[in-house]
Design a binder for this molecule. Structure first.
Ligand code: GUN
Length: 285
């Protein structure tokens, strides 16, 4: 039987509506409209699309957003100075530095400059540490979105073997942390570029999270029958967007699967809005 398609767009809309309701309440109770400041350095076409989608989503949820565009040759000092001024600005609740940054910039130093209470991407070491210890301030957007999608399937996560492909700081590592935390209780394997026979691990995955950034890396015959498959990849192949999973054969084997586009992508933005609201709540408490 073909898998259930997990409708990330619909679930993201429901999350956004909840954020909109809470944002309206915050405005009534404390006179605060959550404000996200996004920084886009350079003119990477994919980043321009992501940032535009984030701005649109803010507007739909009644959040304020501003975009700071910087030239591709911006210096490290100029970028750091902008972040410092946004840190100091009481009208700004959340700061997002769109990645990837131009290659000459030191990404770690840039992200470490964002004030931890305004770090709505949850990239700052303080927020990563809090999340790892199971007392999160902000949840990392893509992994938090994946958790919501998993919950939406109604399939219990506890005791399941979750296999994550990819060990990035943005997805793979925090994804593992959320899946093993108390309450989620999965058993987690992380595969990466030095893992021999990734297919063998995938075949044991009750939950498979693909975050490698290689089009259709996960073949249909790697999917365990009735697995839940979450495809984090968004790869442009000619005119088409494809995920990290070979979709059509995976659809035949899995119990549930996310499409690309319309799966994880919209959830990442929904979680960003949720974090921006939380930042505004924390700062106005
Ligand atoms: N580039 C790709 N994913 C992300 C993300 O989640 N946050 C930011 N800031 N940049 C990204």
């Amino acid at each position: 039987m073909a898998a259930r398609i997990i409708d990330g767009k619909l679930i993201a809309e429901q999350c956004r509506e909840l954020t909109a309701t809470k944002a309206a309440q915050l405005k009534t109770s404390r006179g605060v409209v959550p404000h996200l400041a996004a920084i886009l350095a350079g003119d990477d076409p994919a980043s321009q699309v992501y940032v535009r989608n984030k701005e649109r989503a803010c507007a739909k949820a009644g959040l304020h957003s501003t975009l700071h565009r910087l030239p591709a040759d911006v210096s490290q000092q100029e970028l750091i100075a902008l972040i410092q001024s946004l840190n100091q600005d009481p009208s700004v609740n959340g700061i997002l530095v769109q990645l990837p940054l131009p290659r000459h910039l030191n990404t770690t130093q840039v992200l470490d400059t964002v004030h931890p209470l305004k770090d709505v991407d949850a990239f700052h070491p303080e927020n990563v540490g809090l999340m790892l210890q199971g007392r999160p301030r902000f949840l990392p957007c893509t992994p938090a979105g994946v958790m919501q999608l998993l919950h939406s399937t109604g399939t219990p996560i506890a005791g399941k073997h979750a296999v994550i492909i990819g060990r990035s700081d943005i997805v793979g590592k925090p994804m593992a942390a959320l899946l093993i935390q108390k309450g989620a209780d999965a058993t987690v394997t992380i595969c990466h570029s030095r893992t021999p026979d990734i297919a063998a691990f995938c075949r044991q995955a009750d939950i498979l999270v693909a975050a490698v950034g290689i089009p259709e890396f996960v073949r249909g015959d790697w999917i365990k029958p009735d697995a839940v498959v979450i495809d984090v990849g968004i790869n442009r192949v000619g005119e088409r967007l494809v995920g990290d999973v070979e979709y059509a054969p995976a659809l035949e084997k899995a119990a549930a699967i996310t499409p690309v586009p319309g799966g994880v992508g919209p959830m990442t933005i929904a979680m960003l809005l949720q974090n921006t609201l939380k930042a505004a709540e924390l700062q106005s408490a």
